[in-house]
Structures are given as C-alpha cells and as structure tokens.
Design a protein around this ligand. Structure first.
Ligand SMILES: NC(=O)C1=CN([C@@H]2O[C@H](COP(=O)(O)OP(=O)(O)OC[C@H]3O[C@@H](n4cnc5c(N)ncnc54)[C@H](O)[C@@H]3O)[C@@H](O)[C@H]2O)C=CC1
Ligand SMILES: CC(C)CC(=O)C(=O)O
Length: 407
C-alpha cells in the first residue's frame, strides 16, 4: 500500500538524464557521488499524490524538489502513501493509519488533491474528502496560507482587465481546522411529516479565533502591515465572536492596520479592486471559497499554492485546487501551484529559504520563457502539457535566473 522509502542522492551536473537521475515518473533520478557529500541537511517528506491530476502534478513537484535539493545541498527521504479515493480503493478507508503515522513522523507533507466522480456518492465517512479533513485535523494544521500573486507575464491570463490584475500580491489566510467543516452537531434527519432535513454548525471557540488572529497579525507585520478580517458579523454569531476577538487582539499589534469586511462585499471587492488587499484572514468556509475566486485574478486556479501550518509538527503543502477529474490523465494539468507549494514546503516547512526562492524564480523564468499549460495559455505563448512544463521548470531551476533579472 505505501510505497517504499526512497532516498534520493544527488550529483550536480545537468538535470536528470545527464545527472543519471531517476525521475519520479519512473526514469532514473539519482544523483550520487561528488555532490552527495555536500548535502548538509536531510529531511523526510511524505508524498500524497491522491486522485485525479494529483499523481501528475506531484510527479513534477517531486522532480523539482529533488533537482533543487541536488543544487542546494538538501537530501530528502520520500515516503509515498495513499489518501482519498486511491486509499479507499486499496484499503477501504480514506485516511489509512499508515498514511497518518507516516505524515506525523515526517518533516513535511506534499499533497496533490483528492476526490473524483467514482466516490461522489459514498457516505460521508467513506468520501475521499473526509480523509483530507481528518489529516488536517490530526496534524493540527489550523493556519492555511494561500498567496495570490499575479506574475507579470501572466497578466493576460487573468479574466480581469490588465490594470486591475497587474501588481496584485495578497496573502489569504484561511482558518483550516475549525468552523462549519468540523462543527458539531451535524447530520441528516427526518421531520415528523416525513420531510428530510440536513444541518451543519458554524462554531468557533475563542482559542481557535485567537490563534489564527495572532498568526495573521504576525504575517501582516512581515508584509505591508494591513490586515483585513472577513466575516459575516452582521448575521452569524460565530462571526460576531470572531470580530470581537480580532478587535481585542489588534491592541497587541499597533503596527498593523486592521479592517473588517463582510464576506459578500469581500467577494465583490476582490474582483473590483484586488490591489486594495494585503493580508486577508477569514474562517474555513469563506477562505475556501474566496481563495478560488482570488486564483482567477492570477489567471488560473492552477497557479495558487498553499501551506497549512500547525503550532508543532509537520505542515501540509498542497495546491488550492481539487483533483480536476475532468482533465485527469490527459497531461493538461497546470503543475505550477504544486511546484509553488513545494517552494512553500521548503520555506515554511523546512526553513530552506534559498531553495524556496530558487523554485519561485524558476517558475517566473519558465513563464518569462513563454511556456503555458492550456488553462493559462494566451496567443503568442507556447502551449505545453504538464510533463513538458515540468521539464522547462527544471531547466529554469538549473539556470537559476535571479528574480531581479526577470523581465
Ligand atoms: N484539496 C483537495 O483535495 C480538494 C479536492 N476537491 C475535490 O476535487 C474534485 C473536483 O472538484 P472541482 O469542484 O471540480 O474543483 P477542481 O479544483 O478540481 O476543478 C475546478 C476546475 O478547475 C480546473 N483545474 C483545477 N486544477 C487545475 C490545474 N492544476 N490545471 C488546470 N486546470 C485545473 C478543473 O479542470 C476544473 O475545470 C471533487 O471531488 C472535490 O471534492 C476540491 C477542492 C479541493
Ligand atoms: C475537499 C475539501 C475537503 C477541502 C477543500 O475544498 C479545500 O481545501 O479547498
């Protein structure tokens, strides 16, 4: 069920074939010898490809991580495990014990996505998505960072006018282990007259709000010092407490300008003038929805990475999109969001800032060189599939063009 432990060693020269590296897709990605001795650090990374396009995008991100590690003196032990529909088919549960224990024992988790038509009508406990929610809860990854950045060469891919999209750089922080996705009571019932009903509970305790608030204020301090908290405090009690706690905690962060916005207005403002936002913080469900919306400002949902962090223990790094069953197996998936999630893994999960920047610069360089998957294609650029885009990203990782040199 779980793939065996793979230890990748590195020998820096040229990527993959010329390194004699064996790609995760099956060919040789092994760099050993001279550079192996240069590895100063070694990390265990749990890989969870999941379902749909998950295996395609994780394969690319893994190759990029390995090559970057070779070049930056980082060694990984990868453990590939099952979750979601793939786990249901193999073991009967969406989050096998082995997957959870492997994740808990690692330094970081890199995840594709879960879900698909085959399991859509399963009962709740046997849905692929239940496995993902359980993993987040078990790892305690309450703080979910979702950066939405419009890369200059992609401004044409945005559905918004150029002057609206150009320069957008916002950080959406989603509370990830509370709220309506986890709240009790929940369930289905039947009234006396035979009519069915179903219900969920949006619930937040003070400690859950306080910890995401502190996290968000600290992120805002490192950015442009503006924090917008999005809620529905005109209607929902859970939002009223959310707003009250944010106002109280703001006293501890006088250098951060706190504002509040109702979620309905926020969804409109994101499209009207996204540059008004710097750091945005919101609850689990609003964050889920608003980040999909923010992704389209950047050109595609295939561009948005995420980092889910706990107080202690490994983080989970995954694109914000789902398993895209409509394009699975067709080599059409955009791997940038997953590659950028790997960069977040290096930065937030392992503290490897230089390697993270190398990957981010490579993404920008690949875009500058004109390579696009179909979701971000515009006339005059080069349309490629997921695999070839991965190759191009690796060429850029190797050439290591600094961001300042990018046009
Ligand atoms: N974190 C996760 O694992 C998530 C899983 N899901 C699951 O994924 C399945 C599909 O859900 P949808 O609502 O269709 O959302 P989705 O995000 O999978 O797809 C929405 C649309 O965006 C496109 N798309 C998504 N990622 C793309 C990429 N990397 N490159 C190019 N196009 C991309 C898809 O082709 C589709 O047209 C469901 O089972 C859902 O529950 C949904 C969201 C998050
Ligand atoms: C599929 C859900 C469990 C999660 C989700 O929609 C998301 O995190 O974007």
């Amino acid at each position: 069920m779980a793939a065996s432990l793979e230890v990748f060693q590195c020998k820096v020269a040229r990527p993959f074939e010329s390194f004699g590296l064996r790609r995760s897709s099956g060919r040789s990605v092994r760099c050993s010898g001279a550079v192996a001795g240069r590895h100063s650090k070694s990390y265990s990374v749990t890989l969870i490809p999941g379902d749909g396009i998950g295996p395609e995008i994780i394969s690319v991100a893994k190759d990029v991580l390995v090559l970057t590690g070779c070049l930056e003196g980082i060694k990984y032990e990868f453990n590939e495990v099952l979750m979601g529909g793939a786990a249901l088919d193999a073991t009967g549960v969406p989050l096998p014990d082995l997957t959870l224990s492997t994740a808990k024992q690692s330094h970081a988790v890199l995840l594709g996505a879960v879900g698909g038509y085959k399991w859509d009508n399963n009962p709740k406990s046997l849905k692929p998505e239940t496995g993902l929610l359980q993993l987040r809860k078990e790892l305690g990854v309450f703080a979910n960072l979702r950066p939405a950045t419009v890369y200059p060469p992609l401004v044409d891919a945005s559905t918004l006018k150029t002057h609206v999209a150009h320069g957008v750089d916002l950080m959406l922080i989603r509370e990830l282990t509370g709220g309506i996705y986890f709240g009790q009571p929940r369930g289905f019932g039947t009234y006396e007259n035979g009519e069915e009903f179903a219900f969920n509970t949006e619930i937040y305790a003070t400690h859950e709000i306080d910890r995401i608030a502190h996290f968000a204020f600290k992120i805002a301090q490192k950015r442009r010092g503006k924090l917008c908290s999005i809620d529905k405090a005109n209607v929902l009690e859970a939002s009223m407490l959310w707003r009250k706690r944010f106002l109280a905690i703001a006293q501890e962060y006088p250098d951060v300008e706190l504002s509040h916005m109702y979620v309905d207005n926020a969804s409109m403002q994101l499209i009207r003038d996204p540059k008004q936002f710097d750091t945005v913080v919101t609850n689990n469900i609003f964050g889920d929805i608003l980040s999909d919306e923010a992704s389209m400002v950047t050109g595609s949902i295939g561009m948005l990475p995420s980092a889910s962090l706990a107080d202690l223990g490994p983080g989970v790094f995954e694109p914000i999109h789902g398993s895209a069953p409509d394009i699975a197996g067709q080599d059409k998936a955009n791997p940038f969001a997953t590659v950028l999630s790997a960069a977040m893994l290096l930065r937030y999960g392992l503290g490897e800032e230089k390697a993270a920047e190398r990957i981010e610069n490579a993404v920008l360089d690949t875009l500058n060189r004109g390579f696009r998957t179909v979701d971000i294609y515009s006339p005059g650029t080069k349309l490629v599939g997921c695999k070839q885009l991965g190759e191009e990203i690796m060429k850029s990782v190797e050439s290591n063009v600094p961001a300042s040199a990018a046009v």
